[in-house]
Design a protein around this ligand. Sequence first.
Ligand SMILES: [Ca+2]
Ligand SMILES: [Ca+2]
Ligand SMILES: [Ca+2]
Ligand SMILES: [Ca+2]
Length: 412
Amino acid sequence: MPPQSATPGIEARLGHGDAMHVTDIDPTRPGLEIYTVHEGATYAPYGFAMRDAATGEVLWGGYTGRDTGRGMIGDIDPTRPGLEAWATDLRTAQGTPIGTGLGTNQSIRWAGDGSTQIVNGSGNQDVTVSDRTHGTMLTATGTRANNGTKGNAGLVADVLGDWREELLVRTADSSAIRLFVSTDLSDVKLYTLMHDAQYRPEVARQQTTYNQPSYPGFYLATDTDFTTVPLPAADRTPPVLDTRFSEPARTLTIVASDAQTGDSGIAVVQYRVGSGGWQTYTAPIALPAAANVHYRAVDRAGNATRQWSQTIPAADRGAVDLGISVRTQCVGTTAQLAVHLLNKESAKAHLRIITPFGEHKSTGVAANGTVYRTFDAGALAAGTLTVAGYTWVDGTASYSAYTVPFAAVSCG
Ligand SMILES: [Ca+2]
Ligand SMILES: [Ca+2]
Ligand SMILES: [Ca+2]
Ligand SMILES: [Ca+2]
């Protein structure tokens, strides 16, 4: 603690902060920086501090000796690289004092050149948007800010149009919300900020805690080097689907995942039983009788899977009781029949699969043993395959054959 503080020479923590701004404030330093203000007055080592976001190390700061509850950052001086930071005074990103700052209520990206503007207006004033370079860029006549002297807009966020932020404020009589869009022309071509993984949750945060600005995870200012701006990963991969038929419950579970790097997640999984209509899958499907089930999924980027099908056999299994699951699927451009057998007898069984694309024999499959076999086909038209099972128990042979339909699939 400095000599003029309440506890000179004592090591003290930063204490309570009341506003925090996290982004790449200083592009000459690697990584992100944090600018915070602190309320501890004579007990706080810094009234404002710039820190390394990865380590929390204080890069520079200033003792104020008073409750410093508000501070802001933004590119309000395009002649100096980096985002300027201000609380009791205005400083460059590296901490050099350069005069006095602007308002600290709320910032907005309104101008087309990438500079930062300030949202003004508290109490019964109209909300305005202004800065030093452009002057007053918007007077939102008949609107009011919220939160008394704090003068917060309802929301400042890039919710539509280009990368600039929109201003959402209430009308003076609180009967409506007005949304203002910047008409300042811009030659900055950038994806909407909601694509940024930091900015998007920041907008959610802005509406659940103090209304402080939202920042992207990269340096965004008048002098941004756009070759360093990360491009959002595009999701071009459809979801992956798998199924599980459980007996004796006779339920079909559809497992969808969209989990590769850049994937957007599952939007919807759908199925239909027989010729019924498509339904949204939410829970395992009860299938008391034989059925043909089609299913598909779409991710949030709109990538759709092919339509898959699975044949569920009747519950009555005959002399040799087998669990039979038949799927049609695509492996690359190759159509495939996938046959899964379960020996439900208490004795060993010989199992045989006969398809239009080949046969397969498994001898001595143990009780509860399984067989999985795929058969490649060119174009796969709808058809049937046969599954046969043989058992020998105490010198008595049993035999059952099942005819199982499969659906067409095109894998072009
Ligand atoms: Ca940096
Ligand atoms: Ca600057
Ligand atoms: Ca916008
Ligand atoms: Ca995907």
